[in-house]
Design a protein around this ligand. Structure first.
Ligand code: PEP
Ligand code: MG
Length: 325
């Protein structure tokens, strides 16, 4: 199987219907970057910047971060890298930050909430990203945005730092894309301005599923209890696809489910154009996507829903079993 995936490395994830899905990889450390070649990833769809902060015992300095981000961009060799700003909270505690005693850290003071309240850290990080990009395109996304005003604030901060760097005569990025992660159900119902303002939206499926089903992703007892292919969740994802389409906003998905071939196929069939996953998942996901017609997948899903199924999984598995090898 490994050889088969290797032979697909330079081929697009083009399904029989002609739709091409972009397959990207998730990363968090410099050491992850070399996999970009072997996996055939078109870029890094999610770079989790908190890992760099978690492996240190003091707050990294701006110039040190800028050098690191520049190395990441160099290693990506012109492929896009979506840098996600710090997603820390009291579950991912930085040794050099005062621990917060919170009853529900996953729903607590984390990610962009910390970034907006502790501006210094967000500011320092976006300055490092802008300096690192110098003359290259830069893609930044904010984690755990729950409402329009949070996105607007974070975006304004980034634009302000961009202007400031330019005014100081520093080389600025050749192009700037600012996106939001959609990981709380509330954001799917935000005013249209949010979808218009975002250059792209990336669904953080791990958190989105956790909050949609109210099932703790860290709790072994419940974390696998609800299926991504549950019709309620798919209906909700369909709503997000529609809202992004209304604003012409590119949509991607970067939770663990993107790396599971059957789930990835259903996400692509829903109209999600880009999937970001562990490098090792790209081969298996691509192999299945190339084998199927997404219009047929959509029709199997629609039939299962019309028949009142709770999950489309049985229908999808039944249909997959009929496909020629
Ligand atoms: C997610 O929530 O799906 C996601 C990609 O972010 P993380 O797993 O880092 O929370
Ligand atoms: Mg998340």
């Amino acid at each position: 199987a490994q050889e088969r995936y290797a032979s697909l490395r330079n081929l697009p994830a083009q399904s029989k219907c002609g739709t091409v899905t972009r397959l990207m990889m998730n990363a968090g450390l410099m050491a992850d970057l070399p996999s970009i070649e072997g996996s055939g990833a078109e870029g890094v769809g999610l770079f989790r910047t908190e890992l760099q902060f978690l492996i240190r015992n003091q707050m990294p300095k701006r110039d040190e971060l800028a050098r690191l981000y520049a190395r990441v961009m160099e290693a990506a060799k012109g492929r896009p890298v979506a840098f996600r700003t710090l997603d820390i909270g009291s579950d991912k505690v930085l040794p050099y930050m005062k621990p917060q005693d919170e009853p529900n850290p996953a729903m607590g003071w984390r990610a962009i909430r910390v970034g907006l309240d502790k501006r210094g850290v967000l500011r320092m990080q976006v300055q490092a990203l802008i300096r690192a990009a110098a003359g290259r395109p830069l893609t930044v996304m904010f984690p755990f945005v729950s409402e329009l005003s949070e996105f607007r604030d974070a975006r304004d901060e980034l634009l302000h730092q961009f202007d400031r760097e330019a005014a100081m005569g520093h080389p600025v990025p050749a192009d700037l894309k600012i996106g939001a992660m959609l990981e709380t159900p509330s954001l799917a119902f935000a005013p249209k301005e949010f979808f218009d303002l975002a250059d792209f939206i990336s669904i953080g499926g791990n958190d989105l599923k956790q909050f949609f089903f109210a099932a703790d992703r860290e709790n072994e007892r419940v974390r696998r209890r609800y299926d991504m292919l549950n019709v309620s969740f798919l209906t909700f994802l369909g709503k997000i696809v529609t809202r992004c389409a209304e604003s012409d906003t590119p949509l991607s998905f970067c939770g663990e489910d993107a790396g599971r071939p059957v789930e990835a196929m259903c996400l692509a069939a829903l109209g999600i154009g880009s999937l970001s996953m562990r490098p090792a998942s790209i081969g298996p996901v691509k192999a299945l996507l190339r084998q199927v017609d997404l219009a047929e997948v959509r029709s199997v899903m629609a039939h299962a829903r019309a028949a009142g199924a709770e999950s489309v999984r049985p229908a999808i598995m039944g249909w997959l079993a009929t496909l020629p090898e």
